[in-house]
Design a binder for this molecule. Structure first.
Ligand code: F3S
Length: 675
């Protein structure tokens, strides 16, 4: 949808360097190559569209199988001091290379692609002071697992986490990326490390030595915290005493140090048999992660042991996969019984055709991923998913027991002798350099004017967008109320997910879910509203489309915090497509309100919240004085009840003068393409 919106702006090229990545749609069934081939077949029209649109609009295209966006960004694009936005919550991964990388919704991405300014409420800064140095089984993952336990999943909301203290210079750049990646789990806007030598090493290893040299020039001035910097909050973690942690189940902030797991797991009645260990994902699939994980397997195999649990490996990129294939770690995983999946998200995003248990069966899995909410990995609400470092995941896969503490508990070797697993070790960077593997990148060509974008007119998943009409310059009179929604109306009520996600690139089809989850204040039912003109009851989207097709602008009346939840831009595109003129509520969730403005709709608020109660779903609404729409100036609403006298009231809005232009032009993109 972001690409489709960008196309409708009529620009010949993106204004900001942009790439597209295909990592979420590849289901883990068998093994990498077979799973990839099946996904390419199933999603061919989407991939063809993306490849052709990227070529046309000067966008780099990373083909399916190239890897996970955040790993590819770290390997190719991230650099100290940069500001990057990405349409995925783990975008902050690139903070490991000293840049501010922030996850946003698609509408924000379109703005950036088009060269519009991007806005963010100034965040607070949480300083995390790292002292000492990690050793043995402790890894960077344990820093963020520990931090999540301290802050909880909400503790970073509205804040940037900045790491400082002598401990920041004691581990690898990819380790820092792991920590920044999982800052999303504490709700942080992003996380960042100061520029240091580990970043220089990584930039050199990934062919970007010149950037490292350039960054050194600005290290003190711009790429480190100011001397005496003050933070809104400071949290200290001592790396000398930090233990490996295992977080979960069902939430990433339930942190248990490995030494306590024995008693906690039993006390909480968590399933003790570890059924599957999964390593990789955007969080933990660096060369170092893979090497350390492989070192433990080698040790176990030297004692004649193999995995008790099933074991999967998801390489974060083709570059990592090819490099560990060359250097032997991949073979080690496979000989251990590991299934090497495609370079994609796979089980991390629920793309996992899990066969070893039945749905509803209580069981434990341990992964090196970042999220472990209920049913996220396998769709089974009874799966207890824990997150840990890759090396700990391997230790659990070997022992098959959640109570196992590799630091203190011995295993029985094939020779009948007990032994302790040796602490993990491995190179942070490949001694022979990275192997890029198969070329999975499509660069945009120089000559693009004659290129076509592949969208089949018969497609039910993709549809070109037509720019919305500009405002006609007149007050809107006698508008029907499509729905007066009662109580909580989240973006899920406005534009449901689940099976509808398939239609994310087809505005007409996805608009058939508009407000179907919202409760009609008139009758307490969902998706059951009266047509103001015919008196017939029908679904919300059908009724909205009827009004549009019969020349009636319409409004929605909503309650408090309307549009809370995700930043889904479809929740604003759909009412615009169906002919809405204004959305009038007690209050809006901030992102949804901005999204509505961007699509040329009028989000307005009752100055007197009790007016919400006075409005009847059968009333007609006038909005007058719109030619004088100005920042801070209320809009007058006149209400015409079916019976009785008309009355008027004032509505407030949060438009600034630039946003008023969006309304006048019909959308932010229309305004931009007109310039
Ligand atoms: Fe993909 Fe999981 Fe990361 S879904 S982007 S690997 S968090």
């Amino acid at each position: 949808m972001a690409i489709l919106q960008f196309m409708s702006a009529g620009m010949p090229s993106v204004a900001t360097p942009t790439t597209v990545h295909c990592d979420h749609l590849i289901q883990a069934q068998k093994e990498g190559p077979a799973d990839l081939a099946r996904a390419i077949d199933l999603n061919k029209e989407v991939y063809d569209f993306l490849a052709s649109a990227c070529a046309k609009y000067n966008i780099g295209f990373w083909k399916p199988g190239s890897g996970i966006i955040h790993q590819i960004v770290l390997e190719n694009y991230a650099f100290p001091g940069n500001l990057l936005i990405g349409t995925d919550s783990h975008t902050p991964n690139a903070g490991g290379l000293g840049q501010l990388a922030i996850g946003v919704g698609g509408a924000d991405a379109v703005d950036v692609m088009a060269g519009l300014p991007w806005e963010l409420k100034a965040p607070k800064i949480i300083g995390v002071k790292l002292t000492g140095k990690m050793s043995g089984w402790t890894s960077p993952k344990d820093i963020i697992l520990k931090l999540a336990g301290i802050t909880t999943v909400k503790g970073g909301t509205g804040a940037i986490v900045e790491y400082f203290g002598e401990g920041v210079n004691t581990f690898s750049c990819t380790g820092m990326a792991t920590i920044c990646n999982m800052g999303a789990e504490i709700g942080a806007t992003t996380s960042v490390f100061p520029f240091n030598n580990s970043m220089v090493d990584y930039l050199n290893a990934t062919g970007r030595g010149q950037i490292a040299e350039f960054a050194k020039v600005y290290q003190k001035e711009y790429l480190s915290a100011d001397a005496g910097a003050e933070y809104d909050q400071v949290i200290e973690i001592d790396l000398n005493t930090l233990e490996p942690h295992v977080n979960g189940p069902f939430t990433p902030d339930l942190a248990t140090p490995v030494s306590k797991m024995k008693e906690v797991a039993v006390e909480k009645d968590w399933p003790l048999d570890v059924r599957v260990g999964l390593i990789g994902s955007c969080t933990n699939s660096s060369y170092e992660d893979m090497s350390r994980a492989a070192s433990i397997i080698k040790d176990a195999e030297a004692h004649g042991l193999s995995a008790k649990a099933l074991f999967t490996v998801t390489p974060g990129s083709e570059q990592v996969r090819a490099t560990i294939a060359r250097d032997g770690q991949l073979k080690t995983f496979q000989e251990f019984g590991g299934k090497v999946l495609a370079n994609a998200c796979g089980p991390c995003i629920g793309q996992w055709d899990r066969q070893d248990i039945k749905k509803g069966e209580k069981n434990t899995i341990v992964s090196s991923f970042n999220r472990n909410f209920t049913a996220r990995n396998d769709g089974n609400t009874a799966t207890h998913a824990f997150v840990a470092s890759p090396e700990m995941v391997v230790a659990y896969a070997i022992s098959g027991d959640l109570r196992f503490n590799p630091l203190t508990d011995k295993l029985m070797g094939a020779d009948g002798k007990e032994f302790l697993l040796a602490a993990p070790h491995g190179d942070g960077l490949p001694a022979k350099g990275y192997d890029a593997g198969e070329n999975t990148y499509q660069a945009p060509p120089e000559e693009r004017a004659d290129l076509e974008v592949n969208i089949a007119p018969t497609s039910d998943r993709l549809q070109k967008l037509t720019p919305f009409k500009p405002w006609d310059g007149k007050d809107a009179l006698n508008m029907p109320i499509l729905i007066k929604s009662l109580g909580k109306t989240t973006t899920d009520h406005i534009s449901m997910a689940g099976p509808w996600l398939k239609y994310r690139g087809h505005l007409q089809n996805i608009s058939n879910n508009y407000m179907i989850g919202a409760i009609n204040a008139e009758n307490g039912k969902a998706n059951h509203v009266k047509n103001h003109y015919t008196g017939e009851y029908n679904g919300v989207p059908e009724t909205g489309a009827w009004y549009r097709d019969n020349g009636h602008k319409w409004v929605v009346i909503g309650d408090e915090n309307f549009g809370e939840g995700s930043s889904r831009e479809h929740a604003a595109l759909e009412p615009r497509y169906l002919g809405a003129f204004a959305i009038i509520t007690k209050s809006f969730a901030r992102i949804h309100e901005t999204n509505l403005k961007k699509q040329g709709l009028l989000p307005l608020n009752f100055i007197h919240p009790e007016d919400y109660e006075k409005i009847n779903p059968d009333d007609e609404i006038d909005l007058v004085g719109l030619t004088e729409l100005a920042p801070g100036k209320p809009v007058t609403m006149v209400v015409h009840p079916a019976e009785g006298k008309s009355w008027s009231t004032e509505l407030s809005h949060t438009y600034n003068s630039e946003q008023i232009e969006w309304f006048k032009y019909g959308s932010a993109l229309n305004k931009m393409s007109a310039n």
